[in-house]
Write a protein that binds this ligand. Sequence first.
Ligand SMILES: Cc1ncc(C[n+]2csc(CCO)c2C)c(N)n1
Length: 249
Amino acid sequence: MLFSEELRAQAQPIMTAIHEHPFVRGIATGYVPREALIFYVEQDFQYLSEFIKIYANAITKLKDREEMKFFANSINFILNSEIHPHHVFCDIADVAYETLQHATPAPKAYLYESHMYRAADTGSLLNILAAFQPCPWTYSEIAQKQTKEHANHKNNPFKSWIDFYAKSANESEGSLSNSVFQWIDRLAENATPQQRQQAMQFFLKSCELEWQFWEQAYHQEDWHFKELLTTEKNSHNKKLSYNRKTTIQ
Ligand SMILES: Cc1ncc(C[n+]2csc(CCO)c2C)c(N)n1
């Protein structure tokens, strides 16, 4: 069994829980509470900014230009394309995107970011890829399943979100997710059982943290002593963020 198949097999219970999560089901059925959408975008904006920095840092560990290209393309994707799904959520919640870009990372987002920095700190490319991979993998699984269920019909306000992640999953043979799994397999061939075990743990924890990220947004789980942990600038913007773009009659 290829290592990437083992990773996916081990993560199956987590992937099932993600498919069944009320936030994710809400995307398929067309209704997610407004507060959950706002919290998600606020947290995801912060999370993706850290993601970019960690990818940039990973480039410093590489020698091969093709490998550098992969990380450079991923940074480009996050900066220029990944804002589209955020706009979909903002439009549905009727809130301006700019007002959601100043949040303090909530506990699970902070944990997920820290987990990725920890993977990067090991200096092992296998660990880094294993920790990053649940991010594109779980989203393409969600979008592909919901597309199969025909959840992306024209009356679903989340249609464009589903199509976006289904498209990035299908794009060319080397869809991002598949080519990274192949890369992981090449690296795993030369790894010891202990190194593979460590990479497996990074992968599974990131999968759990993907589930936690949906859960955190759905219940707006935040720091208990938020006032102490939030800067002036953040708390000011937080108040603005809940103003609707348009007035409800
Ligand atoms: C918590 C969280 N996890 C995954 C994604 C989706 N995503 C982020 S970057 C990227 C491609 C580059 O690896 C994809 C598919 C998200 N937005 N937020």
